[in-house]
Design a protein around this ligand. Structure first.
Ligand SMILES: Cc1ncc(COP(=O)(O)O)c(C=O)c1O
Length: 438
């Protein structure tokens, strides 16, 4: 197939020069498979980019978007609306963790993170508690690429080129502890006490009356599938409650069935005050994110502003875009009609066993998993961190499987429709690829 000219497109989070020397081009997708420009079938082991939870080219979603674009292509979201914005919000609220029933729409996970941080700070302000401005993130956290998100985030590589952060930020320690937790199946046993750092160091240092919110991913995905230790999130919740600090869960990856439950909040039985989601919200078909809040947070804004005033001066030209709303409604219906979150739970054991079967494969120093996500951590090559996993990723591609890698960790997160045979096929290819890599 003739390839297009490749000079103009500056690719995101990509080794541009390497890619353009040997492109990996996707031209079609259906169900569990991509097709590349040579006509090869590629098993999707990463749900696109953690977003295509219902599999590709799903008819109800495709038709909903097609119909929407021919009916109402765009509607301004400021001082105007369209019915599907309300319908999508009601549907999302109805299936959200109970108690989170107010929905602010955005266009991505990054925008969701920054919006959540702004809601948290402004919430305290509208209640007359304006000193609460500090935001606490966590090492190895990923909350997208905007300035709020990278400030509270803890991916060193994403911060070092932009050495300006929000000034009112601190970070908890990460929970990754291979010395005690290597090869854990599900939640690791050790590390709940790491949450105590919030009380013992951060609250003490900053004074709780200055802290607006703590933001964490219940499971850190992009920094290498870091499953929370048993009891850790509950402990965070308790400390936040004790000091009037809002707890924000970034569920951009963990929402919509990834962990074998609808939400991580339900999986771990910990209700945050604010929750962000994106990706699986539209099955990746149209960009969309959302911030869900407890009703009292929303109501505090309504109560504080005069009747005809804008209560929260924030939003995007494409907030609640008609195509995104149509895609979200169809996607959420599909998840429910096909009981895909239950399916994810039902396949977790087979997935876990297939992942841990690679335990004795060379270079492997840890395997961890929960629901339909697994991380396979490899020994790094001396002086070349990340290169071994990059080679494994390339070998998987050659063999017909798409996986993600971050540092020297392979992340596996297929669409929830994956069959048991495809689970075996996927881990078989990964095993081959690791063995074939120096
Ligand atoms: C937890 C989390 N938050 C935020 C984001 C950013 O989402 P987006 O790339 O849609 O801006 C991601 C993306 O992977 C994520 O995993």
């Amino acid at each position: 197939m003739n390839r297009p000219a490749m000079d103009a497109y500056w690719m995101p989070f990509t080794a541009n020069r390497h890619f353009k020397s040997a492109p990996r081009m996707l031209v079609k997708a259906d169900g569990m498979y991509y097709t590349d420009d040579a006509g090869r079938q590629i098993l999707d082991g990463s749900a696109g980019l953690w977003c295509v939870n219902a599999g590709h080219n799903r008819k109800p979603i495709v038709e909903a978007v097609q119909q929407q674009i021919a009916t109402l292509d765009y509607a301004p979201p400021f001082q105007m609306a369209h019915p599907k914005a309300f319908e999508a919000a009601e549907k999302l609220a109805a299936m959200a963790p109970q108690g989170l029933d107010r929905v602010f729409f955005v266009n991505s996970g990054s925008e969701a993170a920054d919006t959540a941080l702004k809601i948290a700070q402004a919430y305290h302000r509208v209640r007359g508690d304006a000193a609460r401005v500090k935001l606490i993130g966590r090492e190895r956290g990923y909350h997208g690429v905007n300035y709020g998100g990278i400030s509270v985030g803890g991916m060193a590589g994403n911060r070092k080129h932009f050495p300006v952060s929000l000034p009112t930020v601190d970070h908890l320690s990460h929970t990754h502890d291979l010395a005690r937790n290597a090869f854990s199946r599900g939640e690791p046993e050790h590390g709940a006490e790491l949450a105590d750092e919030l009380e013992q160091r951060i609250v003490t240092l900053h004074d709780p009356s200055t802290i607006a919110a703590v933001i964490v991913e219940p499971m850190a995905g992009s920094t290498g599938v870091l499953i929370p230790p048993k009891g850790y999130l509950k402990r965070l919740r308790e400390i936040c409650d004790k000091y009037g600090i809002l707890l924000i869960f970034d569920e951009v990856i963990t929402g919509f069935g990834r962990l074998g439950a609808d939400w991580a909040a339900n999986k771990f039985d910990v209700l945050p005050d604010i929750l962000t989601c994106a990706k699986g919200l539209t099955n990746g078909v149209v960009p969309m994110g959302a911030v869900l809040t407890k009703r009292e947070i929303h109501d505090a804004f309504m109560a504080a502003a005069p009747e005809r005033a804008v209560e929260f001066p924030h939003g995007y030209t494409y907030s609640a875009h008609p195509l995104a709303c149509a895609a979200a409604i169809a996607t959420l219906d599909l998840y429910q009609d096909e009981r895909l979150f239950q399916a994810s739970a039902a396949k977790s054991q087979v997935f876990e066993d297939a992942a841990h079967a690679l335990r004795s494969t060379r270079h492997v120093k840890d395997i961890r998993n929960l629901g339909l996500v697994a991380g396979i951590e490899l020994e790094s090559r001396t002086g070349a961190p990340g290169q071994r996993a990059f080679d494994v990723f390339l070998k998987c591609w050659e063999k017909g499987a798409l996986v993600r890698f971050t540092g020297d960790i392979i992340a596996v997160s297929p669409p929830l429709i994956i069959s048991e045979a495809e689970i075996q096929q996927l881990f078989g290819i990964i095993d081959y690829a690791i063995n074939a890599t120096a």
